[in-house]
Design a protein around this ligand. Structure first.
Ligand code: HEM
Length: 447
């Protein structure tokens, strides 16, 4: 590997330089997509605890240890901003979403949005999603080739329409909105990043307009009456000083939250299904616990699903749906004593820690018991386990995600058994968010 320095370190600063290969972006990105775990391990062996890679025409500094990830996520000097980094990746489709805001403005919006994710509303969402999810799981197709990724995607989309939007849309309208939404998601992750007709990017821009029109159209009715769905809750949410969202804010936040909630939950469910198929003893342990708990999950019994909880944590460790937290340095700063010039892009990448043998015993092994209170491997460092990020932008929907995932899995375990051939190993497509290339085919059998 070639060795190049990111930038000249100011004389007398006492800071250290950052090295990378200097290889062209395409090579770097392909290398990472193909084999992220070994690429990181090789980089660590060659460059130590921090490196940079060329990606999408930009240089990204990547810490290869937990302290460096913490420095980015906690952002104690307020030197790193979200908007220019996330904006570059997904800005045209998810602009003015809360994750693309910074500092004072972000805090202001977060305080209002927090109301929609407090205990009272969460209980309401859970109550509403319970029958709907039970019904959807009950109607899964059984057979020898059920693609779990597709099934979970559909369930979580339907959930978004019902629980987030609270609208009883005719099927054709629901499909139109789903399509617009999926076009936005795919566009943000596309390699060709120009508005050329027929490309993912162009479809994403059209999708964004469709979604904006759709939410504006329904806004007045949502403002008029308070209903338990997220759309209505955001229309009426207030912080302690009585600040509320404008119409534009509600539309932008709805579009963003739909995205933030969807693929993340789908990927987690698919990863859990994969590992429970590969390790049927874990599927059986989780099923046994589900059978000993009430068929309906309530907010107060969520914590009793300890086995599902561990399986979920371990699945999130091994395959994090949001691969990284990208930021841009707004001023000259440092990470763990390394010089970061103003304008540099940086990213805290979860898998750097999640697969680090210095933090986890036998990290490639599926071993949910590493999260028991006795072993608590995740507690070895605050950022050893970071699938929900950290700092002020930490996932606001993590409890929501947990409720949704446990409800779906609980129903699945009670109704079905699923398996993959003994020698089956999934292959991930890391070019977008990490999903199995074959969409996880399983043999699904009703119990
Ligand atoms: C297992 C599922 C999920 C995972 C792994 C996940 C992961 C993340 C991560 C890593 C971030 C931080 C990104 C950054 O700092 O750059 C984040 C932020 C966010 N997530 Fe989640 N998420 C999940 C589910 C959800 C759900 C279900 C919702 C909504 C119902 C949601 C809403 C949000 C929002 C609004 C933000 C931005 C918060 C802010 O910037 O203040 N997420 N999520």
């Amino acid at each position: 590997m070639r060795r190049k320095q990111l930038a000249t370190v100011p004389a007398g600063s006492g800071l250290k330089p950052i090295h990378g290969t200097g290889d062209p972006g395409v090579i770097e990105v392909l290398r990472f997509f193909r084999d992220p775990i070994n690429t990181v391990a090789r980089r660590r062996a060659q460059y130590g605890d921090i490196t940079y890679i060329n990606s999408f025409g930009l240089k990204f500094v990547i810490p290869l240890n937990a302290d460096g990830c913490e420095a980015i996520a906690m952002n104690r000097q307020k030197a790193f901003a979200n908007e220019p980094a996330w904006g570059f990746l997904i800005g045209p489709f998810f602009r003015r979403g809360i994750m693309l805001m910074d500092f004072e403005e972000h805090l202001h919006h977060r305080r209002i949005m927090q109301q929609a994710f407090g205990n009272t509303h969460l209980k309401g969402y859970l109550q509403d999603m319970q029958p709907m999810l039970a019904e959807r799981v009950a109607h899964l197709p059984v057979g020898d080739d059920v693609r779990m990724l597709d099934e979970f995607k559909q369930i979580t989309l339907d959930l978004a329409l019902e629980i987030f939007l609270g609208l009883d849309l005719p099927r054709a309208e629901a499909d139109r909105i789903n399509k617009a939404f999926i076009d936005c998601v795919n566009a943000g992750l596309s390699i060709i990043r120009k508005n050329i007709p027929g490309t993912r990017w162009a479809r994403g821009l059209t999708g964004r307009t469709v979604l904006e029109d759709f939410f504006h159209e329904h806004l007045r009715a949502k403002r008029a009456t308070a209903t338990p769905d997220l759309f209505s809750v955001l229309c009426h949410a207030q912080d302690e000083e009585g600040h509320t969202f404008t119409d534009e804010d509600v539309v932008n936040h709805m579009i963003f939250v739909l995205m933030a909630a969807h693929d993340t939950s789908t990927i987690t469910l698919t990863t859990m299904a994969y590992y429970m198929a590969r390790y049927p003893q874990w599927q059986e342990r989780a099923r046994e616990q589900s059978r000993n708990l009430p068929p309906e999950i309530s907010y107060d019994t969520l914590d009793e699903f300890t086995i599902l909880d561990r399986i979920m944590k371990e699945s999130l460790r091994l395959n994090s749906p949001v691969p990284g937290l990208p930021r841009q340095a707004k001023e000259d700063t440092e990470i763990c004593g390394h010089h970061i010039p103003k304008g540099t892009y940086v990213a805290a990448i979860g898998m750097v820690n999640h697969h680090n043998p210095a933090l986890w015993a036998d990290p490639e092994r599926f071993d949910p018991d590493r999260f028991t209170t006795e072993r608590a491997e995740d507690k070895v460092h605050r950022y050893a386990w970071m699938p929900f990020g950290g700092g002020v932008h930490k996932c606001i929907g993590l409890y929501f995600a947990q409720m949704e995932i446990k409800t779906i899995m609980h129903n699945l375990l009670l109704r079905y058994e699923w398996s993959v051939p003994e020698d089956y190993r999934w292959e991930l497509d890391n070019s977008t968010l990490p999903v199995p290339k074959d969409r996880l085919p399983v043999r699904l059998r009703a119990l």
